[in-house]
Design a binder for this molecule. Structure first.
Ligand code: PGA
Length: 266
């Protein structure tokens, strides 16, 4: 299969902060305000979003008002409404101002036992209410060492996207996040990221067609920091980043944004 070149896709860079289960009401509001202030002026040149914990969505939405920074959530349930104690509907996320939701993160796959089948139900439910889904893929270290990276990505692709109506494909963003690189300080090399992204784009072309695959934003995640962001984002298949630890420090996150959107003035 031929490589699908990014230039032809005209994709904008996207940088997403995944705050995981960190921050307090006060620090979440401060961080959101600092990010909003830092990216003022970048509107239209790319995308920046932050994904705070559920309880802080409202206060972060308020802090981001009139800023170009979008709001995302870190998870959702696979039904819109019902007797599901403790769960959060994608429609509630929309109502709170979210444009994005992260699904299939490796911490949910590996620490909370989420399967591809469950993730596929969440994806279908989230896109139904108009959310953009940042769908995560990634292999473990033993899988990489056994040369099974593409096999794992292929399985996650087929399973997590099963039954997705083709007209919802434009609402997808992919994130390649090798499990061995998340929170470990050990990032993938730009070449490793490029190869995995190219594989995911070929896989998307086979499933959805070349035009949709070229338009698909594919982020890299896993120990991105201000020191390595520029070299990762320089790869043609790397359309930005999903940032964990470094997104909790406004200055680090804004430096990463700058590396993705070099014409911006944070
Ligand atoms: P990290 O996390 O940047 O702390 O490695 C990335 C992620 O889990 O999305």
């Amino acid at each position: 299969m031929s490589t699908i070149h990014s230039a032809a896709g005209g994709r904008k860079k996207l940088v997403a902060g995944n705050w995981k289960m960190f921050t307090t009401p006060q620090s979440a509001a401060e961080l959101a305000r600092a990010v909003a202030h830092g990216v003022a002026g970048t509107a239209g040149r790319g995308g920046v979003l932050v994904c705070p914990p559920f309880p802080f969505l409202g206060l972060v939405a308020a802090a981001l008002e009139r800023s170009p920074v979008a709001l995302g959530a870190q998870n959702c349930f696979h039904e819109l409404e019902g007797a599901f104690t403790g769960e959060v509907s994608p429609r509630m996320l929309r109502d709170m101002g979210c444009d994005y939701v992260i699904l299939g993160h490796s911490e949910r796959r590996h620490k909370l036992g989420e399967t591809d089948e469950l993730i596929s139900r969440k994806v279908r439910c989230a896109v139904e209410v108009g959310l953009r889904v940042i769908l995560c893929f990634g292999e473990t270290l033993p899988e990489r060492e056994a040369n099974k990276t593409e096999q794992v990505l292929d399985r996650q692709f087929s399973g997590s996207l099963a039954g997705l109506p083709p007209d919802k494909v434009p609402q997808l963003v992919f994130a390649y996040e090798p499990v061995w690189a998340i929170g470990t300080g050990r990032h993938a090399t730009p070449e490793q990221a490029e190869q995995a992204h190219a594989f995911l784009r070929r896989r998307a072309a086979a499933a959805f067609g070349d035009v949709a695959a070229r338009a698909l934003t594919i982020l890299y995640g896993g120990s991105v920091n201000p020191g390595n962001a520029a070299s990762l984002f320089a790869e043609p298949e790397v359309d930005g980043g999903l940032i964990g630890g470094a997104s909790l420090k406004a200055n680090d996150f804004l430096d990463i944004v700058k590396a993705a959107l070099p014409t911006s003035t944070p």
